[in-house]
Structures are given as C-alpha cells and as structure tokens.
Design a protein around this ligand. Structure first.
Ligand code: Q9C
Ligand code: ZN
Length: 342
C-alpha cells in the first residue's frame, strides 16, 4: 500500500488542552504519527512518499475562505496580543441566546471559529494542518490515478473540523478534502466511512446536504461522548442529501462483536450506494487501552476491520484520524491496513 507522510506534522505540538476542569498535556501529539510510521516501516507496509502542495484552491473546495484566513493569521494575532508563552485557546462561544457575529479581537475570533477548548492553535498549526491536508489529497490522487489503496499518514486529524470551525484536535477536514479531490478527479459518488471512536461531526456537516457523498459513521453515542451535539441515529441528511448520512451510535463499553455487527450494516449500505471510491476516516481510539475513550476493541480486532473493508472492492483512501494509546497506535492502525491487504 502506498503511504503518504510529511514530517511537518510535528509542527503541531500543543502545550495544553482544557479537559476535566484543568489544563492538561495534549494527547494529540507528534509521537502518534511517528509510531504509526515506525510500525509501517517495520512490517514493510509500502513505499512512503511526500505530499504535493495543492494550495489554497483545493482547501476552499471544502473550507470557507474567512476561516482559512483566520487559521493562517491566528497565531500572529495571539502572539501580538499576549506574547508566545501560551497556546491560543477559546473561552466563550456564540451559543443559545447569543449572536454568531464574528468579532475582530483574537479572543472573540478564536471562539467564533472553534467548537471546543481542547484544540490549541500553536506557532506551527497552520503549517502542520496544511501538510496533513496535502497528505490526504495526495493519497486521494494516487487512488484517482489507479492505485488500489493509499494511506494518508497525517496529523493533526480532521474529522471534527467543519467548513469554518476547528475542534476535537482538528483544523482542516482531511477526509472531506480527500473525498472532494476524488470527485474533482472524476468520481461520481464517494463513500466516507468513519470508524474513529468519536463521531465525525465535521465531515457530516460538510456533506449532509449532498447526495454525491455518502457519510457513514460508527462511534460512541453522543449522549455520552464528545462531540455530544451531533452523531445521533436520526440524523439522515438534509435536502438533496436526505438518506446519505448514516450514524451508528454505540454505548460505552462496546465490544468487538457489537462493533463489527454495526460495521457490517454500514458496509451493506455502502454496497447499495455503489460508490466509485471509498475514503476511510481511520481512527483507532476504539482500542480498549485508549486513554480518552471507552470502547473495548483489542489489537487482534483491527485486522478483521481491514479485511471487511477490502471485501467492498473499492479504490480506497485511508486517512489517519484519532488514537491516543501511543504505544499501540502503530500496531493497531497498521493492523487495519495489513488486514485490508490480506
Ligand atoms: N477528556 C479525534 O479523535 N476531547 N478527536 C476529549 C477528554 C475531544 C478526539 C476530552 C476528543 C477529540 C480526532
Ligand atoms: Zn476520535
């Protein structure tokens, strides 16, 4: 399998995330990608190539120009306001009973463009996020060129990022950019299957009103788990996209058996959609040892996931999402890909 990787991911290294009532060291850190790369090399998964730069034109296919301008300039504005000692984080949101008019001060702007306080903007965020997006689009291009499968080994992840909001450790929606790239390269229909532990609210919001992208996700029930405010089973798409969003929320403690049964249902929906290509949002935070998650999948449960996806017999772009058990992330993520290769 072709692997796309950029060392620029390491430019995103936050000092802290607001969680559990205090500022804690971030779990979405450079060692994650390094462990996956190391494992891919150990097992000889495939050739590793750098991304190409798709530029802003490709990003605006999915993201709002004002959001991209914010992301590009946020660190400089934050640094000018209060020095570079702390990461840029939001503290107030335009929630119920307030108005979502974009402020001019960085404190207000970061709140307008963020959906949580766990996603620090750092000096290297813009560089790292663009590299991750370019990694995903390069992998999609390989698949559009006829490669059976490619792995976008990037971070920061992307599936929580919407057209105009960062959150859940995500800035640019890499999977959505990959799907759009496949469409722009000639695919008529693309399925996005999100197997990360968390619901891919950003990807769903981006495609919910479109029929050319089927979004399927299995994830921890938002009644119990982040992102809390999207990912319920009754969300099935809007307007022209009605019927093209499928959510399978699962309770804390979900075992491999129940998880695989839900995967089977989603795979059958993808089969009936008959897409030209598949994008997999590959999170392995479903692992039982994940420090922020509560599913019960074991390391041996990951290769069968890849084997089921291979049975779809679709040109497939894997895009790295979550997974925070750093010691096991490589074995688990690469395990899915080995299972896919058979
Ligand atoms: N105390 C992805 O997996 N914060 N994002 C959880 C835990 C948000 C995860 C706080 C988790 C987002 C791509
Ligand atoms: Zn996740």
């Amino acid at each position: 399998m072709q692997i796309v990787y950029s060392a620029d991911h390491a430019r995103q290294h936050g000092r802290g995330e607001l969680t559990d009532g205090r500022l804690m060291p971030v779990v979405e850190k450079p060692a994650r990608a390094e462990m996956v790369l190391k494992r891919a090399q150990e097992v000889g998964l495939g050739d590793i190539m750098p991304p190409r730069d798709f530029g802003r034109e490709a990003l605006v296919r999915i993201h709002r120009p004002d959001y991209l301008a914010f992301l590009e300039g946020a660190w400089a504005e934050w640094e000018a306001e209060r020095g570079g000692e702390t990461d840029c984080l939001p503290l107030i949101w335009p929630v119920r009973n307030l108005r979502a008019v974009c402020p001019t001060h960085i404190d207000g702007k970061v709140s307008y463009y963020a959906l949580d306080a766990g996603t620090p903007i750092t000096p290297g965020t813009w560089t790292a996020a663009r590299a991750s997006a370019n990694v995903a689009m390069t992998a999609a291009d390989l698949v559009a060129d006829g490669t059976r499968a490619a792995f976008a080994l990037g971070r920061p992840p992307g599936h929580h990022a919407t057209a105009d909001q960062l959150g859940g450790y995500c800035f640019l929606n890499n999977a959505a950019l990959a799907a759009q790239r496949l469409l722009d390269r000639g695919a008529e229909r693309v399925a996005v299957l999100d197997v990360d532990y968390h619901h891919g609210n950003g990807t769903q919001a981006i495609f919910e009103d479109r029929a050319d992208v089927l979004f399927c996700s299995l994830h921890a029930d938002p009644k119990q788990e982040f992102p809390y405010f999207l990912g319920h089973a009754d969300e099935t798409g809007t307007g022209a996209g009605e019927g093209y969003t499928v959510n399978a929320p699962l309770p804390w403690g979900t075992t491999a058996e129940a998880w695989m049964a839900a995967l089977e249902r989603l795979c059958q929906r993808i089969e009936s959609y008959a897409p030209d290509a598949l994008v997999v949002s590959l999170g392995v935070d479903t692992y039982k040892g994940d420090p922020i998650s509560r599913f019960a999948l074991d390391t041996s449960d990951f290769p069968p996931i890849g084997a089921r996806l291979a049975k779809l017999a679709l040109p497939t772009t894997f895009v790295m999402e979550g997974g925070y058990a750093v010691e096991e992330i490589g074995v688990n993520a690469v395990g899915v890909l080995q299972g896919f290769e058979g």
